[in-house]
Structure formats: C-alpha cells, structure tokens
Design a protein around this ligand. Structure first.
Ligand code: UGA
Length: 441
C-alpha cells in the first residue's frame, strides 16, 4: 500500500521504516530539510538498535523515501499518518500545534479520499479536531473529498522500538468507518500473523488507551519507589519484596523495578497530560498527581543518600557518574534522572566525571562546557580521581564491575547504586560502602 508519514521523529521514522520493510511504499515528510537530506544519505538522527541498516536497505530498495515536499507526499498516500511531536505546553497539556499544522497542510492539498491516522500521543478528542481542521481547509478550497480520521496509538519503547514495531503485542485501531478499519487491517496484515492483534474500538477509547497504558506503567514504578522508601525506613530490602510480589501473576514481574525515578519523553509528559485532560473535564485525578509527585521526589533520592553519607559536606568532592541516558540503549536524556542529580551535585559544589555509552554528545549539547563536568570515554576513566561512584542508568556493561578495583580507584570507597544493580553483600565484602534504593536491611 502507499503510505505517507508526517514527522521523522522517533515514532514516524521507526513506523515508516517497519512499514517499508514489510513491502509498503512509504514516503516520510519532514519540515527539517537538513534532517531529510541526512536521511536520504543514510544518516539516522537517533540511536536505535537495528534501525540504521533497515532504513538503508529500504531506502536503497526504493520503498522508503524522505522529502520536505508535502503536496506530493499527500498525493502519494492512501493512508496518511500524523506522527509529529506533542510537547507539553506550560500547564502540562499536550500542545497540538504541530498535529493541527499537519492537518491544515493535508486539508490544503488533498485531492482524493484517504485515511488519516493519528499516531502521535494526543489527548482524547484530537481526532475530532483533526477532522474539523481538514474539513475546514477543504471547504475553503471548495474541494469535496471523503476522508476518515483514525486513532492508532503507538506503543514503541525506546531502545527496543524496531522489535516493538515488527512484533506488536496489540494494534489499537480507533475508527468510526468500516472502510477505514478495513484499510488499516490490510496495512497491518503482515504484523498480524498467527493470532489476532488488532483491537478495533471507537476513536476516543483508542486515544484514551494510549494514556491509560503509560499511566498504568508509570503508576507501577512510582508504587515500587514508594515501597522502596518505606523499606528503607522499616529495615527491609525492596529487592526481596519485589521478588516476593512479582511472582503473583496479577502483579507480574514487569515495571516493578524501583530506582532513581522514571524519565523519557513519554511517562512524565503523558501522566501530566492525562491529569490535565481529566481536570478539564471536571475530575481531579488524585492517583495521577501522586504518581507524578512520587517520581519527582524519587529523582532527588540519590542526592539525599549522598548528602546523608557525607553529612552534608559535598563541596569540593568529585563524583563518578555511570549512565546519563534516561534508560539503557538510548542516547535520550529527556527528563533523565541524571540531570537532576548532576544539577544537585553542582549546586552543592561538587564536580562530576560522567560516562554514558551513547549519551555523551547529548550531554555535551545540554550542559555545554563547564569546569565541574568531565565527560569521559569509558566507565573506568570516569573513576579517575573520583571520591565515590553513582550509578544512574542500568547499562549492561555496568552490571559486573571489578569491585576490588573500584575500591582502589575511589578515594572514599563508596557506591550509590540508583538502579539496584549490585548485591550489597558483594559490594561490602570488597570493602566498599553501599547505598541502593530501598535497601534498608
Ligand atoms: C514508554 C512505554 O514503555 C512504551 O510502551 C510507550 O510506547 C512509550 O513510553 C511511548 O509512549 O512512546 P519509553 O519511554 O521508551 O517507553 O521507556 P520505558 O522503557 O517504558 O522506561 C521509562 C522509564 O521508566 C525509564 O526511565 C526507566 O528507567 C523507568 N523504569 C522502567 C523504572 O524506573 N522501573 C521499571 O520497572 C521500568
């Protein structure tokens, strides 16, 4: 099928590439000329395992092209995706300016019947706004073409996005016309083998499904962080508690890892936006507010542990920080817990030597040159002249360090483990002091 995708950010690029990979003819549109030129030369603007070779292969096969020419891209697609960003505006609601700008462009150039698909995470009711915007533009041009607007939210995880896209556990299709449903079923048929993954529903339920999924996952994390904070105070180990509750299939093993708080471009933004939507409809979502405030507090927890260990005297010390990205396998530092920690350390007069396998350039861009930050090119280099080690992101390569060597490198022989990667006994046996999250025993 012929597919057009507006937006070559995370969602648009991965979706477009996967659709091309199963044989669809995909044109991706972006307003950023430099990005489009780069993509046409095989330069991928994000780090995502497996994506680069797929983009190159499908581009070379002619099934995946990138352009800034919106009118010709609109003429190309039988299905037109909107996959542009919805950044939070000042009060936490999702800002629809990019989504509606694309809707205006579509309405301004559409000449034949299409299905418009909202892939961006958008508040309930956005499909209606997109429909009205397109209809308004068509009316202004005196053009009469039939079109549908469908909600088809995305469930990609950064770092595993290609896999999530190629092997989705569900495909949500929120639509009001059978013709649109049939077209999306044809589009997704290659991803829907073996068992039925497509869940068809009304448009508003599909829009809410996306927020409900992310809010539920964020709730699990904040819940565990709360239990961790209680464990710390009552002399229990949250890692034992986690193992004790995860085996109950009603609770499950996933997303119950306590840590330094959740970050990224989705959970913080979506929890806030859902709370805002419910407020706009006259309902105060108490649980969502608590999920967010627990997370905000959690992001400061590593620093509290550090302060406690040093009795508040942090000025002049040097901290090795392992991990800057908001999670492993990405270079993304949006809302990353590391950012709060670094700021708190700097405010307290400390210096930081940081290492992240992928996010060094991003950190450079965010923090610029400053004399209290050295971005190192290896985990070991970050330890040089450091008093203590703080682990913020659970990259695989941080999982089993040589604790003896760590003890020798660190002036103060102490580890603050923000992701509970290590066993306290093993660290302490090597002669290091250990602080984890929720490990009060
Ligand atoms: C999240 C969802 O997992 C995806 O399903 C969704 O499609 C995506 O948002 C989106 O809306 O686009 P993502 O933000 O890429 O994906 O990252 P996650 O793997 O969900 O991790 C989010 C944060 O939660 C990370 O900071 C991670 O460290 C933290 N986390 C995760 C925990 O602290 N504990 C856990 O048990 C799991």
């Amino acid at each position: 099928m012929r597919v057009t995708i507006f937006g070559t950010g995370y969602v648009g690029l991965v979706t477009g590439t996967c659709l091309a990979d199963v044989g669809h003819d995909v044109v991706c549109v972006d307003i950023d000329q430099a990005k489009v030129d780069g993509l046409n030369r095989g330069v991928i603007p994000i780090y995502e395992p497996g994506l680069e070779p797929m983009v190159k292969a499908n581009h070379a096969a002619g099934r995946l092209t990138f352009t800034t020419d919106a009118p010709s891209a609109i003429a190309h697609g039988d299905i037109i995706f909107i996959a542009v960003g919805t950044p939070p505006d000042e009060d936490g609601s999702a800002d629809l300016k990019y989504v509606l700008a694309v809707a205006r462009t579509i309405g301004g150039h559409l000449e034949r019947g299409v299905v418009v698909v909202n892939k961006s995470t958008v508040p309930v009711g956005t499909a209606d706004k997109v429909r009205q915007t397109i209809a308004g533009e068509l009316a202004a041009r005196g053009v009469d073409v039939a079109f549908d607007v469908v909600s088809n939210p995305e469930f990609l995880k950064e770092g595993d996005a290609v896999n999530d896209c190629m092997r989705p556990d569900r495909i949500i299709v929120g639509a009001s016309s059978q013709q649109a449903i049939d077209r999306l079923k044809r589009l997704y048929a290659p991803f829907n083998r073996n068992h039925e993954r497509i869940v068809v529903m009304d448009v508003r339920s599909a829009e809410l499904t996306k927020y409900a999924a992310n809010a539920m996952l964020a709730t699990k994390i904040s819940f565990m962080n709360e239990i961790a904070n209680i464990a710390e105070r009552v002399g229990a180990d949250v890692e034992m508690v986690r193992q004790g509750i995860g085996s109950d299939p009603r609770i499950g093993w996933h997303f119950i890892y306590p840590g330094a708080g959740y970050g990224g471009s989705c959970f913080p933004k979506d929890v806030q936006a859902l709370a805002r939507t419910s407020q706009q409809h006259g309902y105060r979502a108490e649980l969502l507010g608590a999920v967010e405030s627990v997370n905000e507090r959690q992001k400061g927890h590593l620093f509290e542990l550090i302060e406690r260990h040093y009795g508040g005297s942090i000025a002049g010390r040097t901290f090795a920080v392992w991990g800057l990205a908001f999670k492993p396998n990405t270079d993304d530092m949006r809302e990353a817990s590391s950012r709060r920690l670094l700021q708190q350390l700097w405010d307290a007069g400390a210096r930081v030597r940081a290492y992240d396998p992928e996010a060094t350039e991003e950190a450079q861009r965010i923090f610029g040159e400053r004399e209290d930050l050295v971005l190192c090119d290896s985990a070991r280099a970050a330890l040089a002249d450091a008093d203590a080690l703080v682990v913020v992101t659970e990259w695989k390569q941080f999982r089993s360090p040589d604790f003896q060597r760590l003890r020798q490198s660190l002036t103060d022989a102490v580890i603050f483990d923000g992701r509970n990667l290590y066993h306290p006994d093993e660290v302490e046996a090597a002669g290091l002091a250990y602080y984890g999250i929720g490990r009060g025993r």
